[in-house]
Design a protein around this ligand. Sequence first.
Ligand code: BGC
Ligand code: NOJ
Length: 828
Amino acid sequence: MKFGYFDDQRREYVITQPDTPLPWINYLGCQAYFGIISNTAGGYSFYRDARLRRLTRYRYNNVPFDLGGRYIYLRDNQSNQFWSPSWQPTRHQLERYECRHGMGYSIIGSEYQGVEARTRYLVPLDENLEIWQLTVTNHRPAPAKLSVFSSVEFCLWDAQDDSANFQRNFSTGQVEIEDEVIYHKTEYRERRDHFAYFACSAKIAGFDTQREPFLGPYRGWDSPLALERGESANSVAHGWAPIASHHVKLDLKPGESKQIVFVLGYHENPKEQKFDPPDSQTVNKKSVKAVIAKYRNPASADAAFEQLRQYWDSLLRICQVETPCVHTNRMVNIWNAYQCMATFNISRSASFYESGIGRGLGFRDSNQDLLGFVHMVPSRARERILDIAATQLPSGGAYHQYQPLTKRGNNDIGGNFNDDPHWLILGVAAYLKETGDWSILEEPVPYDNEPGSEQPLYEHLQRSFQYTLARLGPHGLPLIGRADWNDCLNLNCFSDTPGQSFQTTTNKEGKVAESVFIAGLFCLAGRELAEITCRRPCPDGKEKLQSPCSSAAKLANGYLAEVARMEEAICQHGWDGEWFLRAYDDFGGKVGSKECEEGKIFIETQGFCTLAGAGLDNGMARKALASVRQLLATEHGIVLQQPAYSRYYLELGEISSYPPGYKENAGIFCHNNPWVMIGEARVGNGDSAFDYYSLINPSKREEISEIHRCEPYVYAQMIAGKDAPTYGEAKNSWLTGTAAWNYFAITQWILGIRTSYDGLEIAPVVPKSWKGFKATRKFRGVTYHVDVERVGPGNNVALTVDGVVTAGDVVAPPPEGVRQVAVKVTLS
Ligand code: BGC
Ligand code: NOJ
């Protein structure tokens, strides 16, 4: 069953009924100002940091789930009826409801008793504000006398404090009202130099800035007293709950349309110019007024929309494909790339499942997010890499997370997740391959943001590698620390006290438990580091090396020797006969072995070891993949492990805290399904790789929206596994490493259009039934038009580049000045 449809032409998903199984959301903003918006206009906004600079309030765990947001109410002043054109919060039965989620904007429209209202919500590029552009049309044969009421509820900036510290908060709220603008200035009188505002383009008949007089006692957003009465209370907030609401009277002749623009924004003043006059407590509005004036004008709002469209057009154009599969095309060309931007921007901090107060930017997560983002805006990827690296600790270890506003490591979560440092190597390698910008390696970057500790980024990578070497366990495999990629495999935690955090509790010394996953990751990262070392231009900048100087070669060989030793350890101690082991626990017992009662086989090591190339030559990789097919693959995707843990295991931690089939306990964790896809591609099995890709492709799952329940246009972190009563149900949509890894797997490994240091590599491993496919890929300033034709059943590539037969599978950069290259590929 579907709740809407894809409009690929306009790059929109169109939701046709408001009561979707879960809120189906979109993100507004892609730089510094962000908003979450649901299909019923629910959600909230923040500037840079969802926890520390929250503009509007949102109550998680609300009933219904999707309540509170950017609500506009309409009132018929002849019948005194009122309703919400976005369905929530009044939930009147609407005629012709439609929500179009697009690239950075959402349009929510409906008709009710002959009055059509349509609101386009968007954040203009390079601005810290959002526009709600409302168009109301009277389709009645008679004149309509209407009122429009806007509404937002302000958050007192720190979202965590806002939802907890009421004894203070109920007394701090302050606003100003001037012309048609409501300014929210709580705490501006003291240490803040920022404020929020909500402006309206039309003359207002009234306003409200205090929640209670607007809603009325004991009333909710579904029945505001102001709407019942047809007039605002003109309330001025002192403490309690500051809101902003405008009342605009709208008389429309039959057939007539009118537009009102609302602007909600964030503004900073220089510290010494906060007040106007300077000795007053009145907000200095000089600089903000110009911004407000600009965007209250519908022409500016239209222009901002047009710019946003062009921006997305140019980003998406970088990689476009035309395959025989519509779901692949739609995800690669539009939605998966778009989701990669969201995960890059927001990491795992703010969605309808991430409250924005729990997590900042993850070290591991943000590095992986780069895989799906770096081609879009490399300059931002560069900045991100340097920010992440600056939170690395001198040991080479890392803070697990950092706050985007302060860019400082988050002490509450700490470090010792022993996989973290290696992701930095992979993130940097992806950046270098995409851009060829070797200068990043020489950027001085501090450790733990400590001034004076700066070393070239390259040294950070070396320390990442050394970190593991200094922490090997009894089998020569990496010690796991708090956890590795699987945050819930807490082998040193041993928590038996309710409420303790699995993420930070450590009751064991950590000298025994080892991770075969980190071993695989180490091999991949080590090979990347060796290659980077060989190719790194001499730091003095004099000479760009074709072949490495002897010291670099020696260093690289040293890294490769460690990788070889690790591979040996994997084969000796990390192989269980039919698949890769997962780990050794604190007693030296095996995790993910046929000897275990439960949790005999895990996806992570099968995926990551094969992806990293372990066991490709000795048959282990194929065997491991066959075991995945046999024991882990399901009709909804590959589950994380089997059998699911049926009880809590003290020595395993959070993984066994989830009921069977959910999350890390045998859920289909969509993040690591692509590792198996890449593994399958590496052994040349295009049918299997693509089959796994299709199983979790959201667009393909649109047909079963009543089972999947999450948005059909983006990946969710998890789909309930076969042990779960709700098998097939997705959860935690949007913010997941699934976005970047699926994008990476399909574009670089299955379609095989892969960035490399020497040029664009083209090595497709696609289904046998495909007759071919086409792709355009912009890479280092050149657009490659790739036309793949299958002439035989295998994966052998023959290239003709601009008419010239070319050996190998790498298309070298064309001569200076050439911007378009035609690549004909035959697969046999
Ligand atoms: C979740 C993990 C998550 C971790 C860190 C756990 O409860 O199951 O998926 O990575 O928390 O926040
Ligand atoms: C979600 C976390 O963000 C990610 O870092 C982790 O790898 C997975 N959960 C698996 O636990």
